[in-house]
Each structure stands twice: as structure tokens, then as C-alpha cells.
Design a binder for this molecule. Structure first.
Ligand SMILES: [Zn+2]
Length: 193
């Protein structure tokens, strides 16, 4: 009986210790926004090399991204937008010059949608009128200029809304930044390496 208890104790303490080590590790990773065990694709920030951008909303931000895995980069109208990942252009719109926060503005946004080799699709939103320089079926390489940012559609200020959708769900993506590979966080500036 005593022996059995000792074994049981040993097993319990072993699993607690293991759990603690694992959670400490992921908390540390979460804090600095990097996951060493991550095997997911590393996206490029969708701007030109050397550009510094401010991220207003990130994953699950309170203003309009509650429950969403999408990013809002605050950039001046006309900022050059580059492909964050190579793929094929599957949809574009660039004829709108309307934007704002009224419900009707939801259908006024210019955008580019690019499909990647794993089936996921990146959406680049709120582009300026005539601010799309690619067309459907074009193959684009990572970093290629694809358009210019704006303030069209459901938008309170000039910005680029970026999201990646896989199997109908928005998924968080990690990026290469000047300070390393990170999941971006709101209210922070990031420099394109
Ligand atoms: Zn957004």
C-alpha cells in the first residue's frame, strides 16, 4: 500500500511538474510574441522594405475586431502595399471612392484577394480608388507591389486591413519584422526588414 502511494505521488508530481514547465514556456513565448516550436508560414509585412508601420488593431482587438483574427495597419492613403506571401490573385476591386462607418459602407471597399499554395487566402482591404495594380489570375511573388492603401469601405481612418482565411476561418499569422519573427500586437510600431 505504502509503495503504491509513493508511486502515485511520484506520478502526480511528475505530471504537475511537466505541466508547469510547458505552460511557463508558452507564457514566455506569448509575452514576446514568438513561438519557437511554430512551423507556420512566415509572412512579410505587406509594405516596402524600411517602412515603419503602426498597428492599430490586432487579433481580437476591442474596436471592430472583437473575435476576429485580422490586422489594421494605420497608413497614409497611397501607401505602397506589397504581397505578404506569394500566390495567385483570385479577386480584386478598385472602382470605389466611398468610405466611412455607416452600414452601407460595408460594401464600398476596394480589395485584393490572393490565394496561397496551401489554399489559404489573404485579403487586403480599403485600398484607394484605382489603387490595385494586379488583376485576377496574376501570379505574384512575396514582396511584389500589388496596390495602394486608402480609406474605402467600412473604415474610420486610412488604413490597411489584412487577414488570412483558411477553410472559412480567419487565422493568425506570424510576420518577419526588424526585431524577429512575431505575432503582431496592437498599439505597436513595426519596421519592415
Ligand atoms: Zn480591420
Amino acid at each position: 500500500m505504502k509503495f503504491a502511494c509513493t508511486i502515485l505521488l511520484f506520478l502526480i508530481s511528475g505530471s504537475i511538474l511537466h505541466a508547469q514547465t510547458q505552460s511557463d514556456y508558452s507564457i514566455r513565448e506569448l509575452k514576446n510574441g514568438s513561438f519557437t516550436t511554430d512551423k507556420t508560414y512566415i509572412y512579410a509585412l505587406p509594405f516596402q522594405k524600411g517602412k515603419k508601420v503602426y498597428l492599430v488593431q490586432a487579433y481580437d482587438s476591442k474596436f471592430s475586431h472583437k473575435g476576429e483574427n485580422a490586422l489594421d495597419f494605420k497608413v497614409k492613403e497611397g501607401t505602397t502595399i506589397c504581397a505578404a506571401r506569394e500566390g495567385t490573385v483570385i479577386a480584386v476591386r478598385s472602382d470605389s471612392d466611398k468610405g466611412g462607418l455607416k452600414p452601407e459602407h460595408l460594401s464600398d471597399g476596394n480589395f485584393i484577394s490572393i490565394q496561397h499554395s496551401d489554399g489559404s487566402v489573404a485579403h487586403y482591404w480599403h485600398l484607394k480608388k484605382d489603387g490595385v495594380v494586379v488583376k485576377v489570375a496574376d501570379k505574384v511573388v512575396k514582396g511584389q507591389v500589388i496596390g495602394y492603401s486608402g480609406n474605402t469601405g467600412y473604415s474610420a481612418f486610412p488604413h490597411l486591413h489584412f487577414e488570412v482565411v483558411q477553410n472559412g476561418n480567419q487565422v493568425p499569422t506570424r510576420f518577419s519584422t526588424k526585431k524577429g519573427i512575431k505575432y503582431l500586437r496592437p498599439s505597436k510600431k513595426y519596421l519592415v526588414p
